[in-house]
Design a protein around this ligand. Structure first.
Ligand SMILES: [Zn+2]
Length: 475
């Protein structure tokens, strides 16, 4: 109970005398103490080298397990590969509602140490920031989830639903050992009505938080290959069937193609709300996207493609040709050439139908359009609902903690939530506030100066606590 202030305790005792236990107001943590402890765990986690590959997430899993053990919170290690373990912990509720899952991944992407001003695994504090690989992807979510669990336990908050914490390995491209394994073999340990994870965040512009995004949906990566075949021959005798020429033409046609615009509940809500928060000259493009007039939609799309390409990608299944390969000497006409396309499908896209559409765009019988045989795929699940208790609770918490509106967002990339959503659990991506300028200036996730504002880390813990207690505590 060391985080329980005496003043709060006496107020609670007075309240308890006049009100039934279940209706007690929520005990408030002593935030100054919480902040000290948050920083301690956060820095300790950043100092564990869990770069993936190779991962070594066991370091983080064991650290977390030790903390839970010390606090008397039941926790278990789950491992497909003992060096790449996951840890799951659970606080029991009455079972009146189905559980709430809080997730964070413990692996981080690799680093080029020579590029870092502050060493990537030192968790250096400088100028109000903490620097380190994983600072915003995703040890911030791990630390916030951990603190919420500790506070729920210490303050003995009565719960209507179990609160489950999962720190999973392998999110950065090796889900086989992490979320894929956990959802496949230990679903009963994490099964829940709702889940909170990474993928959202609050946006600061010139030092003020303007809005917070809540990720309710993500696109699904599904690569496509173009394979051109022609006749091999001497380079001194050009051939009409030259595979490189046919491939280049096909790639150019695909590059010029913009698949149809299709909105869903999340992206519609996103552009609607973003329009109300943006200056008029930008807002008109967001409204244009929503227009029923196809010329207005096209004009808005043109502007976004040029100026805000991420937003253009949100409108459609996107295609980006990213690898091209063919030929091996200058005087040999190669018989084959291949292009690899990064395709990010809208969640409701029919992959086979899309492939057929692409064949029509390519329109060249010597170029095969196909899904690669060994694709790294993530499953897909339904859009998390905006009229759910969880979305409303997050929205209200965002209002209390930041005093700004919340906006649903669809990620153009994929996270571990895809596996969890595929099991029917509604997932919501949240995250701390970061300066909008930080990413472009090279301080964002996966950058060589990944960092988080200490004050925003602490606010994120409060947000996490607010959301979890409003969704899970007994009322
Ligand atoms: Zn991440």
């Amino acid at each position: 109970m060391r985080l329980f202030s005496l003043a709060t305790a006496s107020v609670l005792i007075a309240l308890a005398a006049t009100r039934p236990a279940a209706a007690q107001s929520l005990p408030q943590p002593k935030w100054a103490d919480v902040e000290r402890e948050t920083l301690e765990h956060f820095q300790a986690l950043l100092r564990l080298d869990t770069r993936n590959p190779p991962g070594n997430e066991r370091r983080a899993a064991e650290y977390l397990k030790n903390v839970f053990d010390r606090e008397g919170i039941p926790a278990r290690i789950l491992a497909l590969d003992s060096n790449r373990s996951n840890v799951v912990a659970r606080l029991k509720g009455t079972g009146r509602k189905r559980p709430l899952l809080i997730m964070g991944h413990t692996d981080v992407v690799t680093v080029d140490s020579t590029k870092w001003t502050h060493p990537p695994f030192a968790a250096t504090r400088d100028g109000g920031y903490v620097y380190g690989r994983g600072a915003v992807d995703d040890k911030d979510n791990v630390a916030a989830g951990l603190m919420t669990m500790l506070l729920l336990k210490r303050l003995n908050v009565p719960l209507d639903r179990d609160v489950i914490f999962l720190a999973e390995s392998g999110e950065e491209g090796t889900t086989r050992v992490g979320i894929d394994f956990v959802t496949r073999q230990h679903l009963d340990e994490i099964n829940a009505e709702y889940c909170l994870a990474e993928g959202g965040g609050a946006t600061r512009i010139s030092g003020d938080v303007k809005y917070a995004t809540i990720q309710t949906l993500e696109k699904r990566g599904r690569g496509i290959e173009l394979m051109a075949r022609g006749v091999a021959g001497h380079g001194s005798v050009p051939l009409k069937s030259n595979a490189i020429v046919h491939l280049a033409g096909s790639v150019a046609r695909i590059g010029a193609w913009r698949p149809e615009i299709r909105l869903n509940e999340t992206t519609r809500g996103y552009f609607e709300r973003l329009a109300t928060l943006s200056p008029p000259d930008v807002a008109r493009h967001y409204r244009g996207v929503l227009s029923s007039d196809s010329a207005a939609r096209r004009a808005a799309d043109d502007w976004l493609y040029e100026n805000e390409p991420r937003h253009s990608s949100m409108l459609r299944t996107s295609v980006s040709p990213n690898i091209i390969a063919g030929g091996y000497r200058s005087n040999v006409i190669p018989s084959e050439a291949r292009a690899t396309l990064d395709v990010r499908m809208l969640p409701d896209e029919d992959p086979d139908r899309f492939l057929e559409e692409m064949k029509k765009v390519v329109n060249d019988p010597s170029v095969e359009v196909r899904f690669p045989s060994a694709a790294f795929g993530r499953p897909t699940g339904a859009e998390s609902r905006l009229d759910s208790e969880a979305f409303k609770a997050i929205e209200a918490a965002v209002r209390r903690v930041y005093n700004v509106p919340a906006i649903p967002v669809m990620s153009t990339g994929a996270t571990d939530m895809s596996f969890v959503r595929a099991k029917g659990i509604q997932c919501f991506g949240i995250g701390p506030a970061v300066d909008m300028e930080d990413g472009p200036r090279g301080f964002g996730g996966h950058s060589d100066q990944e960092r988080i504002l200490e004050s925003e880390l602490h606010r994120f813990v409060r947000l996490n606590w607010d959301i979890v207690t409003s969704l899970a505590r007994a009322k």
